[in-house]
Design a protein around this ligand. Sequence first.
Ligand code: NI
Length: 255
Amino acid sequence: MHFIDTHTHIYDEAFAGEEDLAVARAVEAGISKMILPDIDSQTREAMLALADRHEGTLFPCIGLHPTSVDAGWQNEMLQVENHLGRKIYAIGEIGMDCYWSKEFLQEQEEVLRIQLETASRMNLPAIIHSRESTELIIKILKDCAHLGLRGVFHAFSGSVETFRELSRTGDWYIGIGGVLTYKKASIAETVKQIPLERILLETDSPYLTPVPFRGKRNESSYIPHIAGRLAELCGTSLEEVAHTTTENAQKLFGI
Ligand code: NI
């Protein structure tokens, strides 16, 4: 059985010095490929160096994360532009975050719109981060319908109605992670109504650790615990979840 972790920040300082071990543990657990979403200029070089060291296993993306948008956003965007010449697999993670701060909300929107155009121009998928801002993002995606966008709504927590609304704005998948294994997670009801052909597995490591490891640092090798819960909820086999979500990720990211 093979899995793809479509969202891991294995280059985060939480893994300092243990990145290669974490990759090895993931491969051992059947996670043959991992997508690395970018954050900002602080961690970008470390991410790219790690991806180069594990070519064929780690797949890097480029994009400015919404929580990294501040007064210096134009300089950050220049640095994003400077990295678009190398082989990347998505524009991300990009989006909006009203949870951490609303101070630069207008700038977040501008940065998102610029990067959605980049994704369209380069024919790359977008990895969308949406925290307390789903309605805002859907409104922006409606404006961008002409761009023919595709990608993934990472850490999706919306309703099935939200998923349907989203689907009308482009070719979107939803990213499902450790939250699915938590008691009373509303996403557990939602996934039952969304076709498996639209779901991607992700850890968002080092965050959002699935049960039974909740409280510890998250890592890609825990993907089968998320897949197992998804299989249980959807009344299907772990093999089917592995097969379909892997195919979905291969198709979206071209890997
Ligand atoms: Ni992330």
